[in-house]
Every structure is written in structure tokens, then in C-alpha cells.
Design a protein around this ligand. Structure first.
Ligand SMILES: [Ca+2]
Ligand SMILES: [Ca+2]
Length: 163
């Protein structure tokens, strides 16, 4: 009788141990996924009017979607690369490449002024962060990679992103 009871106890202990391990594992995975998302501010319900694949990053504030449409990020200005690179120009371009190049993005086109004088679409660019959207124009400001460039009329007030 005694060995049988011990066997039952051992089994029960093993089961409890396994359940503890599972709980721990779930906790570690949850913590990890939270950390990986916390770097970029999230917007739950942006107004996305168009979508496109980013095929080229020209500089920190200008991208090309679907190989043809030039998009100028509205409300912000990043340092120029040409004719001579200004301080921070490469950093801003690199950030845009890391965030959007080769990815599908959402656009909220400026209803008050859809294009600039160079025929580039003026828009807020949203990146898909696994189900939630991040305003990349605002992110450039938050990271100090861009400054506010507010040219009315505009649908957007970039000063409201800067805080
Ligand atoms: Ca610029
Ligand atoms: Ca719009």
C-alpha cells in the first residue's frame, strides 16, 4: 500500500510543478511582448483613408508608396540630406527605413491641402504595430528627429502631437 501512495504523491507533485512552470512561462511571454511594444506610442482609432506599401524612403519626411506616389509627412520637417547633409538627416532617414520600408502603411491625407507644390501627397503616416496604429509624424517629433512645420491651411495641428 505504502509504495502506491508514494507514487500517487509523486505524480501529484509533478503535476503541480508542471502547472507552476506553465504559469511562469505565460508570465514571461506576456512581459516580453509588453516590452517590445512600449517603444512607440499607440493610437487606437486613426482615420486611415489610403493604404500603400512603402517602396522607398527618400529622407526623414518623404517616402514613396507603391513605387509611384511621393508622400510628404505633413506638419513636420526633418533635416535635409541635400545638397549637404544637415545634422540629424541620416538618423531621421534611418528611423523611417527601420519603421516603414517594405511595410504596408496607412495614410490620413490632409483634407485642407492634399498636395504640396511638388505634387507630393501631404499626409499623416500610420504604421501597423500588430493591430494598433502609430502616428509616425508624431513619433519623429517625440524622438527629436523632426521639428514642427505648421503651414496652414491644414487638417492637422502638429503642435498637438509635440507634447
Ligand atoms: Ca526636410
Ligand atoms: Ca484626412
Amino acid at each position: 500500500m505504502v509504495p502506491k501512495i508514494r507514487k500517487k504523491m509523486a505524480l501529484r507533485l509533478a503535476l503541480v510543478g508542471f502547472v507552476c512552470f506553465l504559469i511562469l512561462l505565460v508570465g514571461v511571454v506576456a512581459t516580453h511582448s509588453n516590452n517590445s511594444k512600449s517603444s512607440i506610442s499607440q493610437t487606437s482609432l486613426p482615420h486611415i483613408e489610403r493604404r500603400g506599401l512603402v517602396t522607398r524612403v527618400i529622407d526623414g519626411d518623404t517616402i514613396v508608396i507603391d513605387n509611384k506616389n511621393h508622400i510628404r509627412l505633413v506638419g513636420v520637417n526633418t533635416p535635409e540630406l541635400h545638397p549637404t547633409p544637415e545634422p540629424g538627416a541620416f538618423e531621421a532617414k534611418q528611423f523611417m527605413e527601420d519603421q516603414c520600408l517594405g511595410k504596408k502603411v496607412g495614410l490620413d491625407v490632409d483634407d485642407a491641402k492634399p498636395k504640396d507644390k511638388y505634387d507630393r501627397t501631404l499626409a499623416v503616416v500610420y504604421i501597423d504595430n500588430g493591430g494598433s496604429w502609430a502616428n509616425i509624424n508624431a513619433e519623429l517629433l517625440h524622438r527629436g528627429l523632426a521639428v514642427v512645420l505648421y503651414i496652414p491651411p491644414s487638417e492637422f495641428n502638429p503642435y498637438s502631437w509635440a507634447g
